[in-house]
Design a protein around this ligand. Structure first.
Ligand SMILES: [Fe+2]
Ligand SMILES: [Fe+2]
Length: 396
């Protein structure tokens, strides 16, 4: 029978964010080594990493706490997060040993990365004295160098190193962060509670736009009809962004702002353009509505701090098109035309169909429609539209 001394697994990591790979390793270790519990210890200021890019400790701790709430054997510790200065594994293990008592056996669960760095850690001999190591990578596939290190650790320090049988899942925190940034799904890669937490706190987006605030702000400046159109454009933009590999979040925010100046009276549009130093050519001056793209971009920039040049450019030229249109430019121009509230427009279904398979073709069709409409009104066609049409038609 095992003695009554406890066996505690300790799993350190940045956990930015914690994911199912971490949890599966911890559970595998708990079962294989008969651990009474596993303690997740999110790192504080990691000595081996550039800390500026890491989410604040409090957030990483909360995500870890949410993940372990369903497992009686799992717990999370704040000891590294609350410690001032750099976090060293040896200090953490010393403190845990003091907390748990001398008779408690500590098993430090280390991934392959951590194992290869072992000898660069502060006081490795003390670490190997304080705990046994469970190597969670697969030394047999992680290369000879790692195997040599393990042998050395055993020989030099009498390190007790065991290998975890559970194969690691192919999930990484950096992949999750990248996915969140471009709004790709992360379902089943991490606990749903953590997924919701990431969404709620806007983690890993790579921008600091508050979408709800943006929606409130723009909708308060538009009629109901124009706002419905805006949301329709957003819906189509996001769909096209998904198809053509553009950041869906960027496409969404572009659509939200694209018409924010549209409903200003013509004279007011001209006045504000002049006031803000937006230079208008003769075609725009004679058709002030064409200038609402330029003005909407300027408003998004100055009043909502949108700085992304791609977003601003797409808003600026959605009325006319422009030379060398980016994917985002084409997406907005097309979605502006195809959005679901546009009904009973000749040729619209063909554009919608084209949009799903050939964005250049869809953009060209939209530009043709704009040009035909302008000619019908006997107004001057903007030269940008002619250039954009030529370019997009040449690509199809
Ligand atoms: Fe517009
Ligand atoms: Fe629009």
């Amino acid at each position: 029978m095992r003695d009554d001394n406890r066996r505690i697994g300790v799993m350190g990591g940045t956990f930015d964010p914690i994911h199912n790979g971490h949890l599966a390793v911890a559970e595998g270790a708990r079962r294989q080594f008969g651990l009474d519990s596993v303690l997740f210890v999110p790192t504080g200021k990691a000595p081996h990493k550039n800390n500026s890019a890491i989410s604040p400790g409090a957030l990483r701790y909360e995500m870890a706490a949410l993940s372990v709430s369903g497992n009686l054997y799992f717990d999370v510790s704040k000891i590294e997060i609350e410690r001032a200065g750099a976090s060293y594994t040896v200090d953490t293990l010393t403190e845990l040993k003091r907390l748990y008592g001398k008779k408690t056996k500590i098993f430090f669960i280390a991934g392959a990365d951590a194992m290869t760095e072992m000898f660069t850690w502060k006081s490795p001999e003390r670490i190997f004295d304080l705990c046994s190591i469970i190597a969670a990578g697969r030394p047999e596939v992680d290369g000879e160098a790692l195997n040599r290190q393990l042998t050395l650790a055993r020989e030099r320090y009498g390190a007790k190193i065991y290998t975890l049988k559970t194969p690691p899942l192919a999930i990484s925190s950096s992949d999750i962060r990248n996915r969140v940034q471009v709004e790709r799904p992360v379902k089943y890669l991490l606990p749903e509670t953590v997924e919701l937490y990431i969404k709620k706190h806007g983690l890993y987006r790579g921008d600091r736009y508050d979408m709800e605030e943006a929606e409130r702000w723009v909708s308060s400046r538009l009629s109901d009809k124009r706002w419905r159109h805006t949301m329709g454009v957003a819906e189509d933009s996001v769909r096209l962004a998904e198809i053509y590999g553009v950041n869906r979040r960027k496409a969404y925010i572009t659509a939200v702002f694209h018409d924010c100046a549209k409903e200003l009276p013509a004279a007011e549009k001209l006045r504000r353009c002049d006031e803000r130093g937006i230079r208008l050519d003769s075609v725009m001056r004679s058709q002030p509505d064409l200038a609402h793209g330029l003005l909407s971009a300027e408003i998004a920039k100055t009043e909502f701090n949108i700085e992304d040049p791609e977003i601003l450019n797409a808003i600026r030229f959605h009325t006319t098109g422009c030379e060398q249109m980016s994917l985002l430019d084409k997406i907005l121009l097309t979605a502006d035309c195809t959005e679901p509230n546009r009904i009973n427009i000749a040729g619209i279904d063909a554009i919608r169909e084209a949009a799903l398979i050939d964005l250049d073709k869809a953009t060209a069709l939209c530009l043709r429609m704009k040009i035909a409409y302008t000619e019908l009104k006997k107004q001057a066609v903007h030269p940008f539209s002619v250039k954009a049409l030529r370019e997009t038609e040449n690509k199809t």
